[in-house]
Design a protein around this ligand. Structure first.
Ligand code: ADP
Ligand code: MG
Length: 584
């Protein structure tokens, strides 16, 4: 059932390119027709137009000229099939890749939590590539092959039915061998692909971790580890090429012996006077017309298998519904004051381990709420619920009294600026990375944002200024510099609500000071939610919540909490006795 649906869906990708498809098929038809008449025509030229004592050379030459012309025409159609046929496949691949990418953009955090990047990459590159091959060659091969098989079948019967039947006896054996060997071969190459994926994963992990490997002087360990995968890859290729060689050997032996049988039995029939030399020549040419489609059909079977398998994997992603979507009557969240409220919020990632259990809190517009608590207590999770990265399981979160599930995600997220500890810079220039905050922003606005984020002077000191490339993962910048670029992004975005999730915890004291200054500027006039493990940075917050695995343990401003003499004051004093734990 699912298979049939996929099949229909696959066909549907031809629809926008109907004209190209028809052009391709018609050209294939012309090619098949020419290939089918050629042996007949060559027999005729030998029978009727050879120059003899009472025939001139002229008609013979004209006929040969005409045949040459026919092949010029055939070449033109061959070009159409080879060029435009591939273009058809390429256009379909483009459509699919575009749809897949669009769909990937819609999928939510939960999907990416459980999916490996490498897998998505292989869908996007390998699977789609194989589908293109099938999309283009599939119908063409199938169509051409059937016409050629049927056509040459009839032609051979017409020339000499006894010889034709003798040849047909071979066909089932040939087809059986071809399909069996092809299957073995394709299984072999599937293993090659699998081990290739293994090598890719190993390589990715080793190269990303090369600095760690070096610091532990573990290069040899890495070399041995990589060698294992490389050996498996080599082994799988050995097997695959062996099956391929056996296939080639069998096929060439059988096709060649088919010619010998035709020659032998045909010669006998000529001797018996049941057939002429020219018949035998034409017959031999038809044998080729017969063998080529058989090869094509067997390759089609294999192509179909791997192409459809790729398409199924493609459809698997396409059929994954984004977990979080705009509700039907979603409104735009605009001109907000920034009153954030959690009411009895319950959340778990996996439906059994509850991370947040009945959280109630409120951030007054323009104020700063700080959250502290031990690692793993759920602070980041709480932050991620506000932009609806994940959906609450119970209770509700509202902004200015409006449930966040009733507003469009785009407008909700436009109103929120998130600065976290993990900074991601896209491969590109510094300018592009800041502009990411608001894609239409002008150069002046970008510079202003960089000034506000205390990073402008640094950027101007770079050789290429704002046009400096920040490597693959922004490797050439320090943590503090990267963080200030990410802060400049948020300045540019200028959202009324700000969430800072341990924005300074990965930085050393010196750079932290600069980042801290930038963040203070950034939070001015905005409703802010600040998570910090260094308590000195949140002393001035309007309110402080202490969250542990048991929920909200304490609540109040710095002074009240210190006077409470509970968890907060203990932790605060511990930090300022010179003992600063990594995590609170
Ligand atoms: P904090 O920010 O306070 O250190 P987190 O919100 O990151 O805590 O984590 C709270 C709990 O949720 C932890 O037990 C953590 O293992 C779990 N958790 C965090 N992110 C995910 C995720 N994407 N999928 C599943 N569990 C998660
Ligand atoms: Mg966290």
């Amino acid at each position: 059932m699912a298979g049939q649906q996929n099949y229909k869906k696959f066909i549907s990708y031809y629809k926008p390119h109907k004209k190209l498809f028809i052009l391709d098929m018609l050209s294939a038809l012309v090619i098949a027709a020419i290939d089918l008449v050629y042996p007949m025509l060559s027999r005729q030229v030998l029978n009727d137009y050879l120059p003899t004592s009472d025939k001139t050379l002229r008609p013979f030459l004209i006929f040969i000229g005409a045949l040459l012309l026919m092949y010029v025409v055939r070449s033109a159609f061959q070009f159409i099939v080879d060029y435009w046929g591939h273009i058809l496949g390429v256009r379909m691949e483009y459509d699919m890749r575009k749809e897949l990418f669009n769909h990937l953009q819609k999928l939510s955090f939960k999907y990416y939590d459980k999916t490996r990047t490498g897998h998505i990459m292989s869908r996007m590159i390998n699977d789609l590539n194989e589908m293109t091959e099938l999309a283009h060659h599939g119908p063409e091969d199938l169509f051409l092959s059937i016409i050629m098989l049927v056509g040459s079948f009839i032609a051979m019967l017409m020339i000499q039915w006894k010889l034709a039947l003798a040849i047909y006896l071979f066909i089932p054996i040939l087809v059986w061998f071809a399909i069996k060997q092809r299957t073995k071969m394709s299984n072999g190459f599937k293993e090659v692909k699998k081990s290739m994926a293994g090598i890719n994963a190993d390589l990715e992990s080793s190269i990303s971790g090369i600095r760690v490997a070096k610091s532990f002087a573990n290069e040899n360990y890495e070399i041995d580890k990589f060698d294992k995968g490389n050996m498996i890859f080599r082994g799988s290729k050995n097997i695959a090429y062996k099956t391929m060689a056996i296939f080639m050997l069998g096929m060439s032996f059988m096709t060649n012996s088919l010619h010998v049988v035709a020659l032998g039995f045909g010669g006998f029939l000529i001797y018996k006077g049941e057939m002429s030399y020219t018949d035998l020549i034409a017959f031999t040419l038809y044998i080729n017309n017969f063998l080529i489609p058989i090869r094509r059909l067997t390759s089609f079977v294999q192509q179909y298998e791997s192409g459809m398998a790729g398409f199924e994997r493609f459809m698997e992603i396409m059929a994954t519904e984004p977990e979080i979507m705009d509700s039907e009557n979603a409104i735009e969240l605009k001109n907000i004051k920034g009153d954030i409220r959690f009411e009895d919020v319950v959340f778990s990632y996996n439906n059994h381990e509850t991370v947040l259990d009945g959280i109630n809190l409120e951030v007054t517009p323009g104020h700063t709420l700080a959250i502290v608590g031990p690692s793993g207590g759920g602070k980041t999770t709480l932050c991620h619920l506000i932009p609806r990265f994940y959906e609450v399981d119970g209770g509700r979160i509202s902004i200015d009294g409006i449930d966040i599930r009733d507003v469009t995600m785009a407008s909700l997220r436009t109103n929120i600026g998130l600065v976290s500890q993990d900074i991601f810079l896209f491969a590109g220039t510094v300018r592009e990375n800041i502009q990411y905050g608001r894609t239409g922003a002008s150069d002046e606005e970008i510079i202003e944002a960089a000034k506000n984020a205390e990073i402008h002077d640094f950027i101007m000191g770079l050789e290429e200024g704002y046009d400096t490339l920040v490597g693959e993962r922004g490797l050439r910048l320090s943590g503090g510099q990267k963080q200030r670029i990410s802060i400049a992004r948020v300045f540019l975005k200028n959202p009324p609500i700000l969430i800072l999730d341990e924005a300074t915890s990965a930085l050393d004291n010196e750079t932290e000071l600069k980042v801290q200054q930038a963040l203070e500027k950034l939070s001015k006039g905005r409703t802010s939610l600040v998570i910090a493990h260094r308590l000195s940075t949140i002393k001035n917050a309007d309110e402080i919540l202490v969250i542990t695995e048991n929920g909200i343990e304490e609540k109040g401003n710095h002074e009240t909490l210190l006077n409470n003499n509970q968890l907060y004051s203990k932790l605060y004093h511990a930090q300022f006795k010179g003992y600063i734990p990594d995590e609170l």
